[in-house]
Design a protein around this ligand. Structure first.
Ligand code: URA
Length: 227
């Protein structure tokens, strides 16, 4: 066999290799989420429109387009990153660059498809040169994120990296290594902080970091009743 016919097998081999690399010892197959009742706040479509038109801060000046976020409007699991990078700014979708590909693998290793979770960011527009969002930018933008969470009402939130974690767990002390590995609570929703996929990429050979991320995801799955 060669070429296209080999693809499914190659995909499977790659996926199994990733599980080995990341220290995963099993694969979950969650059932589809059950739709939840709607909330009183704006719906996701309305929030999306507001984000696409937003000019509240200077990040609007440098963007190609805003990146509202995407996924299942009734997702039980939501991931929050820092802000769009170059690929996201060009495509208008969150986590589609290199870090996004890794996040997609992590989501798959958890037994979900990307379309079954919701993925969003602290700021919805790309900061120039991918710098860290400034406090004022985050303060002006996070009401959109809070409204998205109110509409989706996920059962668990995963924060990717320190910037996202700071919004949900502002009083956590220390770096990600000490903050991660346990649940915090934000508006009644369990929050699991873990390393940003970019950090995993920057430390590619470090199995210890991969294992910590997988350990965090196993706690998330257990909280969701999947383990
Ligand atoms: N990094 C992030 O934090 N968010 C994205 O959407 C892409 C990369």
């Amino acid at each position: 066999m060669s070429g296209e016919a080999d693809r499914p097998r190659k995909d499977l081999e790659e996926r199994l290799k990733f599980f080995r690399d990341i220290g995963a010892d099993f694969v979950f197959k969650p059932e589809r989420g059950i739709s939840k009742a709607t909330t009183d706040g704006p719906g996701l479509d309305a929030i999306r429109e507001q984000v696409l038109d937003c000019r509240k801060c200077r990040l609007a000046e440098g963007r190609t387009q805003a990146v509202p976020g995407e996924g299942d409007p009734a997702a039980e699991l939501m991931f929050v990153g820092e802000g769009p990078g170059r690929d996201e700014d060009l495509q208008g979708r969150p986590f589609v660059g290199r870090a996004g590909q890794l996040l997609t693998k992590i989501i798959a290793a958890m037994g979900y498809d990307r379309s079954q979770v919701f993925i969003a960011n602290i700021v919805k527009c790309r900061p120039p040169d991918n710098r860290v969002p400034q406090r004022e930018e985050a303060e002006l933008c996070t009401p959109y994120l809070a409204a998205q969470i109110a509409a989706i009402r996920p059962k668990v939130l995963v924060t990717l990296g320190k910037v996202a974690t700071d919004f949900f767990v502002p009083h956590a002390f220390g770096g990600m290594t000490s903050i991660r590995g346990r649940f915090y609570e934000w508006n009644g929703i369990p929050v699991m902080p873990t390393f940003h996929p970019s950090y995993l990429i920057r430390n590619e050979g470090n199995r210890e970091i991969k294992k910590m991320v997988w350990d965090d995801m196993k706690l998330v799955l257990a909280r969701l009743g999947k383990a």
